[in-house]
Design a binder for this molecule. Structure first.
Ligand code: HEM
Length: 408
């Protein structure tokens, strides 16, 4: 394999569904062409960044490297239409707007803010583990259990009613799974756009309601936020909800399901974890590193610059490959080993710098709550079929994880 062949993994949604292919290709790129120009008829050219240190260095400098013009990789029309969508959320913003908008919800996501939700999260974790028990010994761990749980947490955070959860679940899967035939809207060429519009309409009614009847949830905080003294615009508030609703659950459910798959493939690590529950926090972070649910974000250079000796001109874009960075042999000991006790674990699955994931504490609380409830109740567990991964260019993990199990 040469670098050109290896770099096809970034533009081929099937590559993210094939871990072996993806990690072999990116290991080669890290070794031979860690800053590699990808040219493909369907995509505007971009530089693929595969080393951990370069991902950190670029993410750290939000003045030189901005988000707005090209937030994440999509085929040409999608890159362009993303700019036409009237929704502008944190990930599409740069200073001076970005820090102002981020500040609106930042307190809710700090450890203290998230701790307010602990009891609700533990209750939900128990509910979903009970559901697993009720399913009677055979199910799809992704479809039947963890694809729902993080959504319930996010919807509770926003203060939305439980009867709306299934609709949100379907829309988010359509939004992020639009590159996967199983999940995209059948026969709808503008699947991505259509799902976004549905989302937007739903949240417009929520905004109107929270303005008329403010409550103490994050939904109300956003709907009534003031930007430089002015009430936040409807579009901006809706964009905020969309970002939180979408960013908050496919990511976490991918980590939870991919983490379970890793445990099933590494029975020694399963035994270690079930014998010592104090390992749950490091185990969940290792699951996040292992799965790296967010496959990429992009940045665009505001000036001519150089990355690892390679000149990059103003206006050119880089793709930050988080899964590749998280297997970088210069940073991780035995990067291809799944180690539930890994410490330190300097993964960049949550990104880094000004846009560092707002939901890290929430995601960790959720993931740890689920595994802390689940592990002691499982007596045995094994694969009951072949797992399948989502075809995606952006966020993904398993879409099918059939398991057979016995529970206490
Ligand atoms: C941003 C990953 C869970 C909310 C991000 C970024 C990544 C990421 C890679 C971009 C960071 C960058 O550009 O440097 C993940 C992973 C998760 C997860 C792997 C789960 C395992 C969550 C949750 C929420 C959330 C539970 C909460 C609702 C956000 C928001 C941003 C973000 C609002 C945008 C921040 C900004 O642009 O300032 N996340 N995330 N994420 N995440 Fe997460």
């Amino acid at each position: 394999m040469d670098s050109e062949t290896a770099a096809t993994v970034f533009t081929d949604p099937r590559a993210y569904a094939d871990n072996e292919r993806f990690y072999a290709a990116t290991a080669l790129l890290r070794r031979e062409s860690p800053v590699y120009l990808v040219e493909h008829p369907k995509y505007n050219p971009f530089w693929a960044i595969t080393k951990h240190d370069d991902v950190m260095t670029i993410s750290r400098d939000a003045g030189l490297w901005i988000n707005a013009p090209r937030t994440a990789l999509g085929p040409k029309p999608k890159d362009e239409s993303r700019q036409d969508i009237p929704i502008r959320s944190l990930v599409q913003m740069d200073a001076p707007d970005h820090p102002v908008y981020r500040h609106i919800s930042a307190d809710w996501f700090k450890p203290l803010g998230v701790r307010r939700l602990r009891a609700r999260i533990e209750e939900l974790a128990k509910r979903f583990v009970d559901q697993l028990a009720d399913l009677g010994g055979e199910c799809d761990f992704f479809v039947d259990v963890v694809s729902h749980y993080p959504l319930y947490v996010i919807m509770s955070l926003l203060g939305l009613p439980e009867e709306d959860f299934p609709r949100m679940l379907k829309l988010t899967q359509e939004l992020f799974g639009a590159d996967d035939e199983d999940l995209a809207r059948k026969g709808d060429k503008q699947a991505h756009m259509a799902a976004l519009i549905d989302f937007f309409q739903y949240f417009q009614t929520v905004i109107a309601d929270r303005r008329a009847n403010p409550t103490d949830d994050l939904g109300s905080v956003i709907a009534n936020a003031r930007i430089n003294g002015e009430l936040i615009g409807e579009m901006e508030a809706a964009g905020y909800y969309v970002l939180i609703a979408t960013a908050g659950h496919d990511t976490t459910s991918s980590a939870l399901a991919g983490g379970m798959h890793a445990l099933l493939e590494h029975p020694d690590q399963w035994r270690r974890l079930s014998g010592d529950l104090s390992l749950v926090p490091t185990a969940f972070d290792e699951m996040i590193r292992w799965v790296s649910p967010v496959k990429q974000f992009m940045r665009t250079a505001t000036e001519d610059t150089v990355v690892r000796g390679v000149p990059i001109a103003a206006g050119e874009s880089v793709l930050l490959s988080y899964p590749s960075a998280n297997r970088d042999e210069d940073v991780f000991e035995n990067p291809d080993a799944f180690d539930v006790g890994r410490s330190p674990n300097r993964h960049v699955a949550f990104g880094f710098g000004a846009h560092y994931c707002l939901g890290t504490h929430l995601a960790r609380l959720e993931g740890q709550a689920l595994y802390a409830e689940l592990v002691p109740r499982l007596r045995s567990i094994e694969l009951a079929g072949t797992p399948e991964y989502m075809e995606t260019l952006f966020v993904g993990g398993p879409k099918r994880l059939p398991i057979r199990y016995t529970m206490a």
